[in-house]
Write a protein that binds this ligand. Structure first.
Ligand SMILES: Cc1cc2nc3c(=O)[nH]c(=O)nc-3n(C[C@H](O)[C@H](O)[C@H](O)COP(=O)(O)OP(=O)(O)OC[C@H]3O[C@@H](n4cnc5c(N)ncnc54)[C@H](O)[C@@H]3O)c2cc1C
Length: 550
């Protein structure tokens, strides 16, 4: 390597020769397109002669991002995530280049640590620079008081799809823009995605298809299908794919799970200053993709079937994936407040996470948090920094019962957090979005109305197992039984005892918050996900041993 800019390194002749083993030589004439935003996937070219300009069309006008010269290579993080490219590449002279297929790039990255580091570092740095350079990406045009607009923005944000939000209630030019696209107010929300027709109020599946999130599952029999991409599922994906198992990771919403709602995880080993859940799970996602884990999002799993030779994991659209082993890591879902009209305000003032996106709706006003566990405490500290006043509603009279004492100390010391014990919300009101709530002190019966644009709810979680077949044993609350908790199970039919994380169906494992007896912590979910892979290896060895000799 002869150039020091990590985003745009120049490879040495030796490095180019190493890549050439996996590449096809291509020739382009001046002005030819090598790849196009929104349509192409996996555009990795090493320039041998000539030049390739990277162009961003997301702002409406073409904008030059960089020109790659001989020895440099194209591509960014989307090659690993198998999404569509967000920029276009055009030859700016007669150009010779080596084209490498995405699967081979992933192989080079994971098999050759030196080259892997150069390429990965460049991919990550390029995406950061692109975002900082005013790249607009997908444009979502809608009203701040539209639940559909919130649904679309939430999905894009949680999946790290670069997008610009244009609020028609705030942006004086939004009307002109809509007219330009040929839409009226009644078509909102509208999504403009380069290289594809405009979408009017798209479903999550349509959106995922447009950005290339939902990968092809194919007909192959996987070694391991992981259901749920929270900390447990991501850890299993890293270990499974790095240890040579063909691994498919499915999630109904986005990678990260509950952890992605945590603004600062301070009890995770190795991060003395804390790390945000989104950052931690983002890194894990990249790490698993580097080792070749296949992702498919959104893929809500609705059934597990055993066809006698394999396990079939079924999605809500009837499609399925066949596998030898399954890991259920579906975690837990937020418990909802039992207050009239709560559903009407979901996404319009009732939230289950406190991140920068929800903050935009708070505009420095007073906000309400319901709950007294660590997640409520973290949210209170985060919101206290960005809003006027935080009212923390606790059902009982003790903050330390479920909250770590270091966090309870901080909450109590914060100037703008008001603790309301014995308090519950009785009413939610507002025209199109939440405007005020009525709070009752359950001890005195006293009622108080608070003007607020946002209620954040952290009142515990229930396991996401309502879709499981009866062969998978759960406790009465729905948590999955594994290992020794199956000692008296009539569903377990094998002679050997189930492995520690094995469910009542051989070859189906469970890890993380969904498992009976789990610690409900990021670190333990990660530990269980990693450990589950060890049992997957043992189970696969058992299957091999049982196969009749041919
Ligand atoms: C706000 C907040 C703050 C927290 N802070 C901390 C902290 O500081 N420290 C700590 O140790 N823990 C913390 N926790 C707890 C921690 O996040 C969880 O213990 C951990 O995320 C559990 O990981 P998991 O992988 O088991 O499940 P989850 O994180 O719940 O992930 C499950 C995944 O499965 C997916 N899924 C569910 N059903 C299906 C289906 N049918 N098909 C496909 N996919 C499905 C979901 O979309 C989700 O992505 C916090 C939790 C919250 C909510």
């Amino acid at each position: 390597m002869t150039q020091s800019n990590p985003a745009f390194p120049t490879l040495s002749e030796k490095q180019i020769a190493a890549i050439a083993q996996f590449a096809t030589r291509r020739h382009f004439r001046d002005g030819d397109s090598l790849f196009q935003a929104g349509t192409s996937r996996g555009a990795f070219f090493v320039i041998l002669s000539g030049a390739v300009e990277i162009v961003d069309n997301s702002g409406g006008q073409p904008r030059s991002v960089v020109t790659h010269l001989p020895g440099q290579f194209t591509g960014d993080i989307d090659i690993l995530s198998r999404r569509r490219t967000v920029v276009s590449g055009i030859a700016r002279a007669d150009t010779d280049a080596l084209e490498v297929a995405p699967a081979d790039i992933r192989r080079i990255i994971s098999d050759d640590p030196g080259m892997g580091e150069i390429i990965l570092q460049a991919f990550i740095a390029r995406r950061e620079q692109l975002l900082e350079s005013g790249f607009q990406g997908i444009r979502v045009i809608g009203s701040g008081s539209s639940r559909d607009a919130y649904r679309i923005r939430e999905f894009l944000t949680r999946n790290h799809v670069p997008a610009t939000w244009i609020d028609v209630d705030q942006d004086p030019h939004a009307g002109e823009m809509l007219e330009h696209f040929g839409f009226g107010d009644d078509a909102l929300p509208v999504v403009a995605c380069e290289g594809r027709p405009l979408m009017h109020n798209p479903s999550i599946s349509e959106l995922a298809e447009a950005v290339g999130l939902r990968g092809t599952i194919g007909t192959e029999i996987y070694d391991l299908v992981i259901i749920g991409a929270g900390p447990a599922g991501l850890a299993a994906a890293v270990y499974g794919s790095s240890e040579g198992l063909s691994t498919l990771l499915l999630d109904s919403e986005a990678p990260g799970g509950q952890a992605s709602a945590s603004t600062s995880i301070e009890n995770y080993l190795g991060f003395p200053m804390g790390i945000s859940g989104a950052d931690l799970t983002n890194r894990a996602t990249l790490q698993s993709q580097k080792f070749g884990t296949r992702f498919s999002i959104p893929s809500p799993v609705t059934a597990l079937e055993d066809d006698g030779s394999h396990i079939v994991v079924r999605f809500s659209d009837g499609e399925g994936a066949s596998t030898r082993c399954v890991l259920i890591a579906t975690g837990a879902d937020y418990r909802k407040l039992d207050v009239p009209d709560r559903e009407r305000f979901e996404g319009l003032g009732v939230y289950y996470s406190a991140t920068a996106m929800e903050l935009a709706a708070c505009g420095g006003a007073d906000v309400v948090i319901v709950g007294a566990g660590n997640s409520a405490g973290q949210a209170a500290m985060f919101l206290a920094r960005h809003t006027n006043n935080v009212l923390l509603l606790v059902r009982g009279d003790n903050l330390r019962k479920n909250m770590s004492s270091y966090l309870a100390d901080r909450v109590e010391a914060a100037q703008n957090i008001e603790l309301l014990y014995h308090s519950e919300i009785r009413k939610m009101e507002g025209a199109t979005r939440l405007e005020r709530v009525e709070i009752e002190n359950t001890k005195t019966g006293e009622k108080r109305t608070v003007t607020t644009p946002a209620v954040f709810t952290f009142i515990g979680a229930v396991p996401r197992t309502d879709w499981l077949p009866p062969q998978i044993e759960t406790d009465p609350k729905g948590f999955i039984c594994t290992g020794r908790t199956l000692a008296d199970s009539t569903r377990w039919t094998k002679k050997r005892a189930p492995f520690l994380l094995e469910t009542s169906h051989p070859g189906v494992f469970a890890a993380g918050d969904v498992r009976l007896g789990s610690a409900k912590r990021v670190a333990s979910a990660v530990g269980e996900g990693s450990m589950a892979v060890m049992f997957v290896h043992e189970y696969l060895a058992e299957l091999n041993a049982e196969m009749p000799a041919s």
